[in-house]
Design a protein around this ligand. Structure first.
Ligand code: SAM
Length: 190
């Protein structure tokens, strides 16, 4: 298959954006796969802030980083990403969201349109020009459709001079396949 699947494409976007020494955000740490990937991109002079509302997710992420000897490159925060402005004041180059629920965990603990949009608004202020927010949108679960619609109507109204917004999706896959929204910041403020 020549067309990149959704998760490899999300990683490719991050790789093309993040440089060694950068500060970046994993807005939905879950089992820590993206947090670990981001620590590899920022290197020993960079830093990753990772958020999750579940203690179980923060523990899983901590274990994964410790095993890879990368724990000191990340700050793991058990709080909603809607509060990220309370923890991060410096410029960031990228952020990743994997929306929905943590596989193998409580399917009722999901990201929601409200909190996701609040986090995006904060990140759009913190992001450097040329920085990127990547969202992997899972929307097949209860509540997923509402979050997807809130997100699409928000990103579609962002002025083109301020941010470029991409949707990357397979149009003929079955069962509500996930898709990507990527937001690249093009100038300092709207
Ligand atoms: N990227 C993760 C990984 O590599 O395993 C998967 C993330 S999972 C699809 C979504 C995560 O978002 C869940 O772990 C859930 O607890 C978390 N979550 C739900 N609401 C949140 C919020 N308001 N802020 C931060 N995380 C939240």
């Amino acid at each position: 298959m020549k067309l990149k699947r959704v998760l490899p494409f999300a990683k490719q976007l991050l790789m093309s954006t993040v440089e060694p020494g950068d500060t970046v955000v994993d807005a939905t740490a879950g089992n820590g796969h993206d947090t670990l990937f981001l620590t590899e991109l920022v290197g020993e002079n960079g830093h990753v802030y990772a958020f999750d509302v579940q203690a179980e997710a923060i523990q899983a992420t901590s274990d994964r980083l410790e095993e890879a000897n990368k724990l000191e490159l990340a700050t793991l925060i058990q709080d909603g990403h809607e509060n990220l402005h309370l923890y991060i004041q410096q410029e960031v180059s990228a952020a990743i969201f994997n929306l929905g629920y943590l596989p193998g965990s409580d399917h009722e603990i999901i990201t929601t349109g409200n909190s996701t949009l609040q986090a995006i608004e904060s990140l759009l202020q913190l992001l450097k020009v040329g920085g990127m927010i990547v969202l992997v949108v899972y929307h097949g679960h209860p509540g997923g459709k509402e979050e997807k619609e809130a997100l699409l109507s928000y990103v579609q109204q962002l002025p083109q001079s301020f941010a470029h917004v991409l949707s990357y999706q397979f149009l003929n896959q079955q069962n509500n396949p996930p898709f990507i929204i990527a937001i690249e910041k093009m100038k300092k403020s709207i």
